[in-house]
Design a protein around this ligand. Sequence first.
Ligand code: COA
Length: 260
Amino acid sequence: MNFNNILAEEENGILTISINRPKKLNALNRETIAELHEAFADARDDHDIKLVILTGRGEKAFVAGADIAEFADFTPEEGRKLSSEGHEILFDYIANFPKPVIAAINGFALGGGLELAMAAHFRIASDSAKMGLPETSLGVVPGYGGTQRLPQLVGKGRAMEMIMTAGMIDANQALQYNLVNHVTEPENLEAFTLEIAEKILKNSTVAISGAIRAINANYEAGVNGFKVEIDEFGHAFSTEDFKEGTSAFLNKRKADFPGE
Ligand code: COA
């Protein structure tokens, strides 16, 4: 698949999607958001793709935010539409993606860039990364999930401070805040992320999808996450992966999951 603003490269079941507008610090314009959606939608249907890594091309940025030039003249209706469509086709789409999505934050992750990283299932950062939600310095509110996902990850007080000050934190502070799970040297980011991806790929993709749904249920208003977990647990007993996983354990061999 050819895209103008992203690269999508598959190897051994791992799809690496890189935002590729380095001259604009990988800012998310509408076309990039549409292409990201398309790449994720293709990956969802492609049985060979088991996991997605999301990163930015270039030395400097993961994504430096939504493209400010594109929305500078918007009306309130256009602003609302931009935000709601973004949630639907990209940010919620990634958060609820049935296959693991890891953000490898290689540089600035600001505004929509940090929101994109927060929509991923977890984050690994290079120690050169800088993260923040600078929207209030532009006179707007974070519009791609930042007001919801940042407090879920770092706690309400820290999220309030980050959003009110519009400031940036470095990777080590992000680690201390639980915003990222690991920090690596820039040259090790890719290898370290792949190492974790490979550990994940040893496990049942079907069970992982169920776990993603159950974990996410905890963050959905009006949904009983324990009930979702019980249903997912029960459903697992109907899968080929469960048969393989348990029989491999009982026969003292490594499981080779069919992913069904
Ligand atoms: N939207 C549109 N263009 C952006 C952008 C964004 N969010 N972030 C960076 N760019 C563009 C710049 O306009 C510049 O383009 P130009 O070369 O055509 O002038 C190019 O990317 C390089 O950015 P520049 O600001 O020159 O780099 P820098 O190293 O001096 O500063 C940042 C880096 C990240 C601190 C700075 O680019 C910045 O503050 N970006 C905006 C961050 C933001 O507020 N994001 C939230 C948006 S809601």
